[in-house]
Write a protein of this length. Structure first.
Length: 313
C-alpha cells in the first residue's frame, strides 16, 4: 500500500483523485485550506481508515512521509484566483517549494498539476509542449499563468539540481461532477443557468474555442503519468483535442437540459484566450493515454450532478 499526499484534495480534481486512489488500495493524506474547494467533496471518505484530511495552506511548511505527492493545490477558476492574486501566486511558488522540499526530504515522487494557461493566448495552434507560450506577465490572469510557469521552473530545477523524481502535466479545460456552482467556468456556468432557465452568459461573441476533457479521463491521465517510468518528467499535455466554439457548448447544454434559457453576450475579459486545443501526441506515445468519454455524455453526467446538487441547497 502506497502512502500518497494530494494537495488541493477536496477541490474538483483533487476529490476525484482521492476517490480513485482510495479505491485502488492506497493510503491518502488530503491537504487543503478549503479556500476554493468544498469539504463535501470528500465527506464520504472521512470515515475510511485509509484516508486522512488535513486542513492547511501549503504556503506553510508541512511534514509527512509519503511515497508520492500530487500537487494540485491552487484555485483554477478566474473568479477565485483573481480574488486574491497574491495568495494565488504564493500558492504556486511558495506552495510548490514546500512540496518539493518535502519530496526531497522523503525521497517521494512528485507530480505538478500545471495548466494550459502557461501557453497564454496562444499564437501556435494546437499547442504542444515545445511551445513557450504568449503570456502577459503583468495582466489580471498573470498570478495564475505566471505562477504555474514558475512552479514548472522550480520542479525542473529540483530535478536537475537534486535528481528529484518529478512529473509535470499541463491540464486543459476539464469538467464534470464536483465543480463548484459559482466558479465561473464555462460548462458549470452554462449548466447551472440552463437548469434554472436563466440566460446563458457568453463572454465575447462565442466564437472563441476550447477543448473540454471529462474529469474521469483526466484523472486516468494523472495516475498514468505518476506511474510512468522515472525518466518521463514531462511536461505532458492532458486534455481532449476535440475543439469547439463556446456558443456551440451553450446551445448543446440548452438542448440537453430542455431549457427555456436564452443566450446573452457580455464583454470578453482581458487576456482571455481566443483558442485553446492540446496536442496530445506525447501523452498517446509515452502514457498510452487519450480521452474516451465524449462531450455529450460528459455534459449529461455534469447536468445530472448539478440537478441533484441544486435540490440539496
Amino acid at each position: 500500500m502506497k502512502k500518497i499526499i494530494v494537495t488541493g484534495g477536496s477541490g474538483f480534481l483533487g476529490s476525484h483523485l482521492c476517490d480513485y486512489l482510495i479505491k485502488n488500495n492506497n493510503y491518502v493524506i488530503c491537504i487543503d485550506n478549503l479556500y476554493s474547494s468544498n469539504i463535501n467533496n470528500i465527506k464520504h471518505l472521512t470515515k475510511n481508515k485509509n484516508f486522512q484530511f488535513i486542513e492547511q495552506d501549503i504556503t506553510l511548511p508541512f511534514n509527512f512521509i509519503a511515497d508520492e505527492i500530487y500537487n494540485l493545490a491552487c484555485p483554477a477558476s478566474p473568479i477565485y484566483y483573481q480574488n486574491d492574486p497574491v495568495k494565488t501566486i504564493k500558492t504556486n511558488v511558495s506552495g510548490s517549494l514546500n512540496v518539493l522540499d518535502l519530496a526531497y526530504k522523503t525521497n517521494a515522487k512528485v507530480l505538478l498539476a500545471s495548466s494550459s494557461e502557461v501557453y497564454g493566448d496562444p499564437i501556435e495552434h494546437p499547442q504542444n509542449e515545445t511551445y513557450w507560450g504568449n503570456v502577459n506577465p503583468i495582466g489580471i490572469r498573470s498570478c495564475y499563468d505566471e505562477g504555474k510557469r514558475c512552479a514548472e521552473t522550480l520542479f525542473f530545477d529540483f530535478f536537475r539540481q537534486y535528481n528529484l523524481k518529478i512529473k509535470v502535466i499541463r491540464i486543459f479545460n476539464t469538467y464534470g461532477p464536483n465543480m463548484s456552482i459559482n466558479d465561473g467556468r464555462v460548462i458549470s456556468n452554462f449548466v447551472v443557468q440552463a437548469i434554472q432557465n436563466k440566460p446563458l452568459t457568453i463572454y465575447g461573441n462565442g466564437e472563441q474555442t476550447r477543448s473540454f476533457c471529462y474529469v474521469d479521463d483526466l484523472i486516468n491521465g494523472l495516475v498514468k503519468m505518476m506511474d510512468s517510468n522515472d525518466k518521463i518528467t514531462g511536461p505532458i499535455n492532458l486534455g481532449n483535442p476535440y475543439e469547439c466554439q463556446i456558443k456551440y457548448i451553450a446551445k448543446k447544454i440548452i438542448e440537453l437540459t430542455k431549457s427555456k434559457s436564452s443566450i446573452v453576450n457580455k464583454s470578453l475579459p482581458k487576456d482571455d484566450p481566443l483558442k485553446r486545443k492540446p496536442d496530445i501526441h506525447k501523452a498517446r506515445k509515452l502514457l498510452n493515454w487519450e480521452p474516451v468519454i465524449g462531450l455529450e455524455q460528459g455534459i449529461i453526467n455534469t447536468i445530472n450532478y448539478f440537478k441533484n446538487y441544486l435540490k440539496l441547497i
